[in-house]
Unconditional design. Structure first.
Length: 147
């Protein structure tokens, strides 16, 4: 029996803590997508396909050292293939050593235990601040605003 959407998401979080980005990418359906509606600056707004997700995640452990996921709340929807998950990730930024604490809301849709659509809502300012890239993000936002 395939994993439920909640089981798939919980496995994703376990793999994130284990820093196994290849295994996370393997949770995606071949043509599944990842969307980041609040992405700004150099962050992509959308990834199409498992291999695009794999490429995006490849260097993540060198950027963020996620050490715990202290809160997880799963909301089941009327569609059995979709859940909405609120969670927090805590750790540190590898580049700066600064503490990292970010809250997320993720909508995940699966088919046969694989992710077909992943929508991740996070605060790009908080992420850039923790990563030490806030000046670059603000520069990109200024450039975008003056177009």
């Amino acid at each position: 029996m395939p994993r439920t959407p909640e089981e798939t998401f919980r496995q994703l979080l376990d793999l994130l803590l284990a820093k196994d980005m290849d295994a996370i990418a393997d949770l995606w359906a071949e043509h599944g997508s990842a969307e980041f509606p609040f992405a700004e600056g150099a962050s992509p707004g959308r990834l199409d396909g498992r291999e695009a997700v794999r490429a995006y995640l490849a260097g993540y452990p060198e950027l963020m050292d996620v050490r715990s996921i202290p809160t997880i709340t799963v909301h089941h929807t009327q569609q059995p293939d979709t859940v909405v998950v609120e969670f927090s990730a805590h750790g540190s930024t590898v580049r700066t050593g600064e503490p990292y604490r970010l809250d997320y809301v993720t909508v995940i849709t699966t088919q046969e235990g694989l992710i077909t659509r992943y929508r991740d809502y996070w605060n790009p300012l908080a992420a850039a601040s923790a990563a030490g890239t806030l000046p670059e993000l603000l520069g990109a936002l200024r450039a975008e605003a003056t177009r």
